[in-house]
Design a protein around this ligand. Structure first.
Ligand code: SAM
Length: 306
């Protein structure tokens, strides 16, 4: 990001590693394969069990040391968000918005880190999606397993709630005086709130259709393309002069959405294996959109940083 020109980007829409993916470990397809193969009969449960200690998802006795490590871990994560947040702040135009996906447990830390970097908080969008039964402690079942005489009485008691939404924290670089001045200069700073059914967009996004998975896309946390299209429509006016930045591109869903919607885009991804996936996905947009030769024509727009 250091090589990007200051105040050149209209919006940053990104899905960074959530804290449990962060803890100093690689959290990519290769790492998942290594962990699952390490344990015979591995399942997703094993994977969760093998999350780094201190992440809050790993097991372990909840002693003082455990809580201390969790706390150190979240402070490290917050510091890391502050570091990249400062860079995003520098490259965004005044009034430019940043939308960051995060878990319900860590979103506050991301928000505060970005505020420290200079942004001010606008909102938090609830991305509501379906979820299964959580893997935490099911007290009734556990007591039954332990032959506890009162196990039936404790049915329904669980260590966590069903996690049905992800947070998208929305912050904004300070305006150039006010909304109108900012808008007249760069056409940014506002939300597009008119839905197809003429309703006013709320801060809950739901009913996003599931799409068939692309076999070549082995990334483990791919966001739905219609969701990323929704966010771009919401935050970036429809013109190729607007550049959308995703510094944690993953398999490139933000970039694909930007390209489909004729916004320019810049993606950054640290895992070389994912670059090919992103390029393949972007090439598919070209093959579908015959009417436009390329949407990636802005002089500041780089196809991708590795
Ligand atoms: C949650 S994933 C993003 C997934 C993406 N939304 C998608 O739909 O494919 C986060 C990505 O950030 C990448 N990443 C982690 N640290 C990074 C860094 N310092 N610089 C660039 N990318 C990084 C990871 O390799 C991972 O692919």
């Amino acid at each position: 990001m250091g090589s990007l020109e200051a105040e050149s980007i209209s919006a940053c829409i990104t899905d960074p590693p959530y804290n449990y993916e962060f803890v100093g470990h690689k959290w990519d397809a290769e790492e998942i394969k290594r962990r699952t193969e390490r344990v015979k009969g591995a399942s997703s449960r094993t994977l969760v069990k093998n999350n780094p200690y201190g992440s809050g998802l790993a097991g372990g006795v909840r002693n003082k040391r455990w809580y201390q490590r969790v706390q150190e871990n979240i402070l490290d994560y917050s510091e890391w968000c502050f570091e990249w947040g400062q860079q995003v702040f520098r490259v965004l135009k005044p009034g430019g918005m940043i939308a960051v996906f995060n878990s319900t447990r860590t979103m506050a830390h991301v928000q505060v880190a970005l505020e420290r970097a200079g942004f001010y908080t606008r909102d938090c969008i609830v991305y509501r999606r379906h979820s299964g039964i959580p893997k935490g402690l099911n007290l009734g079942a556990k007591l039954k397993q332990l032959n506890h005489p009162d196990h039936a009485q404790w049915e329904g008691w669980h260590s966590c709630l069903r996690n049905e939404w992800e947070a998208i924290v929305i912050l904004q670089k300070p305006l150039d005086q006010n909304y109108i001045t900012t808008f007249l200069k760069n056409e940014i700073g506002l939300f597009y709130t008119l839905n197809a059914d003429h309703s006013f967009q709320s801060n809950i996004i739901e009913n996003i259709p599931r799409e068939p998975e692309e076999a070549f896309n082995v990334h483990c946390t791919v966001k739905p393309l219609p969701l990323m299209e929704k966010l771009i429509t919401l935050m970036v006016p429809p013109s190729e002069k607007h550049i959308v930045l995703d510094p944690f591109a993953g398999s490139g869903t933000t970039l694909v959405a930007a390209k489909k919607l004729h916004r320019s885009y810049i993606g950054i991804e640290i895992v070389p294996e994912y670059i090919g996936i992103i390029q393949q996905r972007l090439a598919q947009v070209d093959s579908v959109q015959h009417q436009k030769p390329s949407s990636n024509t802005h002089p500041y727009t780089l196809p991708l940083f590795e």
